[in-house]
Design a binder for this molecule. Sequence first.
Ligand SMILES: NC(=O)C1=CN([C@@H]2O[C@H](COP(=O)(O)OP(=O)(O)OC[C@H]3O[C@@H](n4cnc5c(N)ncnc54)[C@H](OP(=O)(O)O)[C@@H]3O)[C@@H](O)[C@H]2O)C=CC1
Ligand SMILES: O=C1O[C@H](COP(=O)(O)O)[C@@H](O)[C@H](O)[C@H]1O
Length: 452
Amino acid sequence: MSSSHAPTTGTRAHTAHPNPLRDRRDKRLPRTAGPSSLVIFRVTGDLARKKLVPAVYDLANRGLLPPGFSLVGFARRDWSDEQFRDMMAEAVTAHARTPFDEAVWDRLVGGLRFVSGSFDNPEAFRRLAGTVHELDSERGTGNNHAFYLSVPPSAFHSVIHGLSAVGLAEPGTDSWRRVVIEKPFGHDLASARELNTVVNAVFGEESVFRIDHYLGKETVQNILALRFANQMFEPVWNANHVDHVQITMAEDIGLDGQAGYYDGIGAARDVIQNHLLQLLALTAMEEPLTFAPHHLRAEKAEVLGATQAIGPFDRTTARGRYTGGWQGGRRVVGLLDEEGFAPDSRTETYAAVTLAVRNRRWARVPFYIRTGKRLGRRDSGRHDRGGARPPVRARRAVPPRRPRRYAHPTRPAVPDDRVATPHDGADADRGVAAVGDRRGLRGCAAWHRRPH
Ligand SMILES: NC(=O)C1=CN([C@@H]2O[C@H](COP(=O)(O)OP(=O)(O)OC[C@H]3O[C@@H](n4cnc5c(N)ncnc54)[C@H](OP(=O)(O)O)[C@@H]3O)[C@@H](O)[C@H]2O)C=CC1
Ligand SMILES: O=C1O[C@H](COP(=O)(O)O)[C@@H](O)[C@H](O)[C@H]1O
């Protein structure tokens, strides 16, 4: 073959004929993560057991993790790797979304490690560093490690400091270190800024992932599609046609072992200031220039900047907590009797606020935001109610006789779980829209998305 017919290689070929399969923006093909490990702090907690560990298994089951992937659990109890494996097995059996596969499980088990210690113990972090380096040589994790801080904000500082002190925050030249931080990110603006300073002193901003798992839910992502890829709603998505908006996150579960984190935090800080305000932002914001993160963020910041709490607060807000009783044929205890809860705790498990978005689109439209645990049923949704001004209901924007409308998840995390979520007029009249966690959408949160 003469040189003029030789296949083009290297940079020139790359720029002249870019390979579409290598385009990071193309989400159609599953992309397996590169060699890496994940370290979960407070791995014995509610979040890790119910969501993180099962999500790791689901990713492995879908072939999205590299062969040598390793998972390190860090917590105070004095467990062996085997005890950690048993806890993993229990969590996976109870909460994974994909069927159990012996071969996948065996592969995963080979990379499970447990490190025991408290967050303020330098020796525990030295052992963690030792374990992580061993994984690099035994499992080929390539010096790429992600640290998941499934811990309350009061513990961020100790964990970040512990990682930095043993050199775990420093990547090599061709490797990375990442940190995933759970909410609530502080308890007010000043403490959030302080946390940012603490985190960014150790990890560069591009290595920090502040997670809000509601944003990963298909139904939440579909709000964008519903609003901006759809000519049907835009003309009526404003104060002329919408009387009020209700955003409700109702849970039927109680604290369920979450007391250690929840006491002193409460419903408003647990979910209103993050999940539900994100839903408000997606519902009320203007169309972003593109769906690039910085454009989305700019529009969200704009609308949240125009959002204010409406008083008088004794009439527009509510707080409460559940007491003992019966639920679904089962006797359940009240909050103050939950294990680990201080008997004189003033923490709320129900919170409701009324907000206003001070711009022309939403002038005089109240946004009612509420959440609670141990409520009658589990439901999450947004209900935009058309009404008085002028007397045309938003739902009349579609043909009369209340046809059923369906929002199809754009790309369910698990294809078999493709379901339609009916936006049923009857449901809406009861004040809770059916856009929430129907079977198959539950748990399709950020944790189940493929790693990059
Ligand atoms: N639970 C959920 O559904 C969700 C939780 N989150 C976030 O995840 C984070 C963790 O929440 P969650 O898992 O619910 O918390 P939990 O209250 O369930 O954590 C309990 C675990 O923390 C450890 N622990 C308890 N007290 C202390 C202490 N003083 N110091 C160190 N460790 C302690 C114990 O483990 P051991 O004794 O073994 O060390 C225990 O198993 C929070 O930031 C929360 O906002 C986010 C989304 C959903
Ligand atoms: O962030 C949180 O969310 C869970 C509910 O999440 P979901 O995906 O199951 O709807 C809530 O129970 C927990 O208190 C809170 O921290």
